[in-house]
Design a protein around this ligand. Structure first.
Ligand code: HEM
Length: 182
């Protein structure tokens, strides 16, 4: 009989050594699998002073040719003390046989991005193909992201933003380190 309380029988894997095995199409992004944490700096012409933030990012899969992506950030002061929650987002990165990536990413600020790009040799580049906004969301026109695996434990991230009548330009730069469980 169907038991609704039963645990989901197909949990996500966070690493290559976990079941299920990653789908072959995930090869160009398999180095991202796992949980990453680190710090970044950000700014934008409309928001005054630059800010420093901490961030945690997780990429997982369930054996099919897409990644589940989840990220949350919080602002910190010069000592690293948390100040307040900041951006959160989650989504799906669909990997195509030629290394193209189609990403769907949503944010609680009323922004949904459809981004397309490419994954090759540890670099994943994504740029928005479409942005959908809820009626009260800030006017985001485009974003551009680049994730660079510096080594197996280090992930650099940059994020450019065209929004609130500003041209595409830097919003965020971060360096994340792989979080190991042992
Ligand atoms: C690590 C991720 C991010 C952090 C830490 C961050 C941080 C910030 C901060 C601190 C502000 C100033 C407003 C405030 O104090 O809350 C801001 C504004 C903004 N951010 Fe981000 N952000 C992140 C990701 C994003 C993403 C992914 C987008 C868009 C897709 C985005 C779009 C915007 C926009 C449109 C504004 C408003 C600018 C304005 O109204 O002048 N941010 N962000």
């Amino acid at each position: 009989m169907f038991d609704p309380a039963r645990k989901y029988p197909f949990p996500d894997a966070l690493g290559l050594d976990e079941a299920p095995a990653p789908h072959a199409l995930l090869a160009p992004v398999s180095g991202l699998l796992g949980t990453w944490a680190g710090r970044g700096r950000g700014g934008y012409p409309t928001i005054g002073e630059e800010f420093t933030y901490a961030q945690e990012v997780t990429f997982s899969h369930d054996g099919r040719p897409f990644l589940h992506y989840e990220a949350r950030a919080w602002l910190i002061d010069a000592n690293g003390t948390p100040l307040r929650p900041s951006a959160r987002e989650s989504g799906w990165w669909r990997i195509q046989p030629d290394g193209r990536v189609e990403a769907l990413i949503t944010q609680p600020t009323g922004i949904a991005e459809i981004s397309v790009g490419n994954a090759a040799e540890g670099v994943i580049e994504l740029a928005t193909d479409q942005v959908a906004l809820t009626p009260t969301a800030k006017k985001v026109i485009a974003t551009r992201r680049r994730y660079t695996l510096i080594d197996e434990d280090t992930l650099d991230f940059i994020h450019d933003l065209a929004a609130v009548d500003q041209p595409l330009q830097h919003h965020l730069t971060a360096q994340l380190r792989r979080r190991r469980t042992e």
